[in-house]
Design a protein around this ligand. Structure first.
Ligand code: ZN
Ligand code: ZN
Ligand code: FE
Length: 728
């Protein structure tokens, strides 16, 4: 007979962990106790050595679906001679345990949902300890029903029985509910069937647009196979060109639209249910959903979605929001703000406390490559290399984000959006305050971007805490280093649209050498004049013209008089950018003669989408000034203007040239073969990402890209956190 004390840390509260331990102890005929402690679950067991060891190994391998065990420690102690195994009262005052993310219905719940004999048959809010909403319904800690948006619903006797029965799958499942006692659907619209769900389904089948309240926000939905419905949705939402994601019934349906490899299938079907950008069978297909070669696909992640998709097998599901504002979560606000967009509404009376948009990723080299890390992942922390306690990193601007540090963990914000709007900042602020409360974090140090005008920077300054301003591209680099758990000196290739440089100009095609503490800028591209400043980001012809004027080639993109005026301004251009985004904007305009883009990133995405494989490229050239080696793009522009090949090949050659440039710069600037870091929003571009990775590997470089956070500005807070920790 031996006695073992076991400490389990990680996500082990509110996920059915103690009942699981109870069952496991019984299975192995062990006696003892189990309770929640300060940092997880504490277990004391006694029994034969073989049984205890079997128990220990099963603890790891058979843990409940939602549990995420970070560490198990076991120490032997004196035998207490317990006569039973029991769950005892939690140690009070412990607010240290982690909170799970929102998880798709488990297999058991799906089976019950579709079983006519089950008492929850077709009940759209079915859940259990292994699945269901978590972060989106929590208001305060500890994670108890009274501290969630389920507090208004009292359990009926049947649900109560499940809730208090340790052998039941719904033991202490906080959102537990049924038809009699739980949330109900509400339909607002013109259909007159006797069931809200059937009304919404009828509307969708008739090509109507339905606002549907989900887990972390409200979607606008329409039939994905009805081109007219899609066109109406785009017009009403003023979303003419941005790609739309579709939710499909199952993997079989997904395969009608896209090619899936086994990893994509696995992650599409994972409890997190992200949207994955997958390759279309035919790049020309589904142009009304997406102009690129990819289509965003996801599977139903709430019981309501499952019921809807049983009937409508492929739905466009896009966040219900207006003009770049945060996704709507409130019933009344939705009814008011969407009245001219949605034909009908399928809402419910379980409030969404914490807004959480759908996560979005690609699969790169068999692993997730986040574009947006949100629902299903937030608020799970990322492990950090150092103790980052008390640090708040406030992120950047276009894609707002924050990171809060505690011990060796970084808690990252859900998707926030463009910090230009007051409403977005309000969302940011609420999410920040919620996370501070949920994880008992009081910031004592703030990291922010160097840019003086960013809302987040100004917020950081207002906190009256020690402030660490961090250069934008250094933060990108540190984000990718922390993402890959690197701390030694690295060589960063950081390509994005805009970031404030140390010299008060706009940077964005940076080659940096440094570590988490400091960096040196050793390479970039020659700055591009932005005629009329910010205006050029939308009127990309201005960039193309400015680039062409550096060569002896003239092109006509705008009206003669406009071009003449711009040329005059051009001689005195005062705003310059070395952003890779701007270079791609300019080249896109040069080869397509398109003069505008409606949102930042549209032109580079279109340039990538149009490229047709060809091996050729344009020439490269370099100039070194003040110890910085600049890529001189003039010969490339000249060759591109002289090129008579079709646009599709030009687009590919532009990518090939930039890949070659990255490799030449790396060979010249990183002769010591420091690990190479790829970060910045331009590395959403798969041609650049994959081309640079494989090119550098051929030259014997170790190359690292993002795995846990986005390469865009959304991921920047993690880097700010890591740098602030070093400089503290
Ligand atoms: Zn379940
Ligand atoms: Zn009930
Ligand atoms: Fe950036």
């Amino acid at each position: 007979m031996i006695h073992i004390q076991i400490h389990v840390s990680g996500i082990v509260q509110g996920v059915g962990f103690r009942p699981f331990v109870h069952r496991l102890a019984k299975t192995h005929h062990l006696m003892g106790v189990c309770f929640n402690s300060g940092e997880g679950v504490e277990i004391h067991v006694e029994g034969s050595e073989t049984s205890v060891h079997a128990f220990l190994s099963n603890l790891q391998t058979q843990a409940p679906a939602l549990a995420q065990i970070q560490k198990i420690t076991a120490t032997e102690g004196p035998v207490q001679a317990y006569s039973s195994f029991e769950i005892i009262e939690s140690q009070t005052g412990s607010h240290e345990t982690l909170i799970a993310a929102d998880i798709a219905p488990c297999e058991d719940c799906v089976r019950e949902l579709l079983d006519p004999q089950d008492r929850r048959y077709r009940y759209p809010f079915i859940n259990c300890t292994n699945c269901g909403p978590r972060y989106t319904i929590i208001q305060d800690i500890p994670y108890d029903r009274k501290n969630t948006t389920m507090s208004a619903f009292s359990l009926c006797p049947d649900c109560e029985k499940e809730y208090t029965d340790i052998t039941n799958r719904r033991y202490h499942a906080q959102p537990n509910a049924c038809k009699c006692c739980g949330p109900q659907l509400e339909y607002i619209g013109n259909s007159t069937l006797n069931d809200p769900l059937k009304n919404a389904i009828q509307d969708l089948k008739q090509g109507k647009i339905v606002a549907i309240k989900g887990i972390g926000g409200i979607h606008l939905a329409c039939d994905a196979r009805d081109p007219q419905a899609i066109r109406r949705l785009r017009q009403r939402k003023h979303r003419e060109t941005k790609p739309l994601a579709i939710m499909v019934k199952d993997l079989e349906t997904a395969k009608e639209f896209v090619r899936l490899d086994p990893i994509e299938e696995k992650i599409l079907n994972s409890p997190e249910r992200p949207i994955i950008l997958c390759a279309k069978h035919d790049p020309q297909a589904c142009q009304d959903l997406s102009h690129t070669k990819e289509l965003g696909i996801f599977l139903p992640y709430s019981p309501l979605h499952i019921l809807l998709l049983q009937e409508c097998t492929a739905l466009v599901m896009t966040s219900a929001n207006l003009h770049d504002l945060p996704v709507l979560i409130d019933n009344e606000e939705a009814k008011e703000q969407l009245k001219d967009i949605a034909d009908s509404f399928l809402l419910h009376d379980r409030p969404i406390e914490n807004r959480c948009d759908d996560s979005l990723m690609r699969i790169v080299n068999q692993a997730p490559y986040f574009i947006r890390r949100s629902r299903g992942y937030v608020p799970l922390p990322l492990t950090t290399q150092e103790d980052v306690s008390g640090i708040l990193a406030v992120g950047a601007h276009q894609k707002g984000s924050f990171a809060l540090g505690k011990d060796h963990q970084a808690f990252l914000s859900p998707y926030i959006g463009n910090m230009e709007n007051l409403e977005t900042f309000a969302h940011y602020h609420k999410a920040l305050k919620t996370m501070e409360r949920l994880f008992s974090i009081t910031p004592s140090l703030v990291a922010c971007d160097l840019h003086p005008d960013y809302t987040a920077t100004q917020y950081a300054q207002s906190l009256n805490l020690p402030l660490v301003p961090i250069q934008h591209h250094h933060a990108h680099m540190a984000s990718c280093m922390e993402d890959n758990q690197l701390h030694e000196p690295c060589f960063g290739i950081i390509w994005d649209g805009t970031g404030w440089g140390e010299d008060q100009t706009i940077w964005g095609s940076e080659f940096l050498i440094g570590d988490l503490n400091s960096y040196q800028r050793c390479g970039s591209i020659l700055p591009i004049p932005l005629l009329g400043g910010e205006k050029a980001i939308h009127e990309i012809a201005r960039i193309a013209l400015a680039m062409s004027w550096q060569t002896d080639k003239e092109i006509a993109l705008l009206e003669d008089s406009t071009q003449e005026n711009l040329k005059k301004i051009g001689r005195h251009a005062s705003v310059f950018s070395s952003g890779m985004g701007r270079l791609l904007d300019g080249f896109y305009s040069l080869i397509t003669k398109k003069t505008h883009q409606t949102y930042e990133g549209q032109a580079p995405v279109a340039l990538e989408a149009m490229a047709k494989p060809v091996a050729k490229r344009y020439p490269t050239a370099y100039q070194t000034k003040n110890k910085i080696r600049y890529f001189d793009w003039t010969p490339m522009v000249k060759a591109c203007l002289e090129d008579t090949d079709p646009q599709e090949y030009k687009a590919q050659k532009i990518h090939n040239t930039l890949i070659q440039m990255a490799i030449e710069q790396t060979c010249a600037l990183n002769p010591d073969h420091l690990p190479v870091i790829l970060s910045g929003g331009c590395f959403q571009n798969q041609i650049l990402l994959k081309g640079i990775i494989s090119g550098l590997k051929k030259h014997g470089y170790r190359v690292y890209w993002h795995r846990r956070v986005s390469c865009t500005d959304e991921g920047i807070a993690l880097g700010q956190l890591a740098i602030a920790q070093k400089r503290m």
